[in-house]
Design a protein around this ligand. Structure first.
Ligand code: IMP
Length: 433
């Protein structure tokens, strides 16, 4: 029995989807614990393409229990569309295999509208570049205690009451502050009652379910979304998402105690990318940046936006190791670095003459951070055919060693391409002595 948390060490898009898919093969239960349909990953199975935003991809296995924890913000429309799409591909999602916490908060139409209105109203340079899915406004309602949970959705009277209370306030803002369209309670009520009917059989006490599975000796995988630098508390605030993306989020976002987590794996791309606005000290605006973007096919899975690209940031990596208590690193997309010439890894920041070994909390300092680089020899060889560490050229192995030195933790897995077979497994977190 083992419980493993998988989180992103950077700004999201580290390639968690592939690694989660791989580890799912060893897990019995897979749990989402934060974020919502701002996340997204694509899997190709037997020639069919599946895009997942909310349901853990473990659903494809057919015999796994997938759970959506209380820390997730759930857009029921998107969830049902995802279920319907899977059904259209011959995979029906049943309540036996998917559970949603009664405490999971719902994204409402006014959350999406608010996300768009707020971003549109912000001046250039102040926009966050959100995914527009209503994530922030939904978490905001949760924190001010106006949120609507699955448990509320299943109680029509309570739901109607909360909906009307919320709309009074939101419609005031839409009309008076943003000058946008107001929303109608009857329409939303009718729409959400249909969702209630569909989702009722899936609602469960996810904390109890996880605890039971643990006591039965099952392997449990907690699947993080986004990345450490997008964490609401520890990321490059305010250019962050609205949830705790770090490993601790697995506990509060699903209802498991911290002492019951065995392993935390940090997924780290061999270079760095970011979508949306905000500080990015190692960002490249030159030919190498373009090459990384092209070779790495760096487009967002949810919004299709071109990702900003840059060198590996060791400061970000060290922040991630500390904030998440990472036991093992998973290095992804190492193959993308082939043919770039000399490589660089950032080892510290220089902020107006002051040296930083962590991301400055002051956003102006974070924006002004200049990377201090360590040069590392590059390689020309194509790595995509490697099937074990020994297959990698010495220079690529040296690069990995440098990553381990900076992180201070060992590498568990290296990925050299999108295929399952392009994965070099050094340590399996679910194989405990
Ligand atoms: P929100 O989560 O839609 O509020 O967006 C806040 C910030 O997080 C924006 O910069 C987004 O681009 C970023 N973000 C949200 N989800 C993801 C993700 O899954 N991958 C990468 N960036 C993300």
């Amino acid at each position: 029995m083992a419980t493993t948390v998988v989180i992103g060490t950077q700004w999201g898009d580290e390639g968690k989807g592939k690694i989660v898919d791989l580890l799912t093969g060893h897990a019995d239960v897979i749990v989402r614990f934060q974020g919502g349909n701002n996340a997204g990953h694509t899997l190709v199975v037997e020639g069919k393409k599946f895009i997942f935003h909310l349901i853990p991809s473990g659903i494809l296995y057919g015999d796994k229990l997938c759970a959506i924890g209380n820390g997730v913000v759930l857009d029921p429309k998107v969830l049902i569309e995802e279920m319907d799409e899977l059904a259209a591909n011959g995979l029906s999602v049943t309540p036996e295999h998917l559970k949603i916490s009664y405490n999971t908060h719902l994204i409402m139409p006014y959350h999406r509208a608010m996300d768009h209105a707020r971003e549109a109203a912000k001046a250039e340079g102040k926009k966050i570049g959100t995914t527009g899915r209503g994530i922030g406004p939904c978490y905001e309602d949760k924190i001010v205690r106006n949120g609507i949970k699955i448990a509320d959705l299943l109680d029509p009277e309570l739901f109607r009451d909360k909906l009307e209370e919320n709309l009074k306030y939101k419609n005031f803002l839409f009309k008076e502050l943003f000058g946008t369209d107001t929303l109608d309670a009857d329409g939303i009520y009718a729409e959400y009652q249909k969702y209630a009917e569909k989702l009722a059989p899936y609602a469960a006490n996810v904390s109890v379910l996880i605890d039971d599975a643990r006591k039965e000796g099952k392997n449990i995988l907690f699947e993080g979304a986004q990345g450490t630098q997008l964490d609401i508390d520890h990321g490059t605030y305010p250019f962050v998402t609205s949830s705790n993306t770090i490993a601790g989020g697995a506990c509060c976002g699903s209802g498991i105690g911290p002492s019951k987590i065995d392993t935390t794996l940090g997924i780290c791309k061999a270079y760095t990318t970011r979508v949306g606005e905000g500080p990015f000290p190692t960002e490249l605006f030159d030919e190498t940046g373009d090459k990384l973007q092209k070779q790495g096919v760096e487009f967002g899975a949810t919004t299709g936006r071109r990702r900003r690209c840059g060198w590996l940031d060791g400061v970000v990596l060290q922040d991630a190791v500390r904030l998440n208590g990472i036991d093992g690193l998973v290095v992804t997309k190492l193959d993308v670095l082939s043919g770039l010439g000399g490589l660089k890894i950032c080892k510290a920041y220089d902020v107006e003459g002051r040296k930083f070994s962590y991301m400055p909390a002051n956003i102006r300092q974070a924006q002004a951070a200049r990377p201090v680089y360590r040069d590392i020899e590059g390689w020309e060889d194509d790595l995509s055919g490697a099937r074990s560490i020994e297959d990698l050229p010495l220079k690529a192995r040296n690069y990995l060693r440098a990553m381990e030195e900076i992180a201070g933790v060992p590498i568990s897995i290296v990925s050299v391409g999108p295929g399952r077979e392009q994965t070099l497994l050094l340590r399996n977190p679910f194989e405990t002595e």
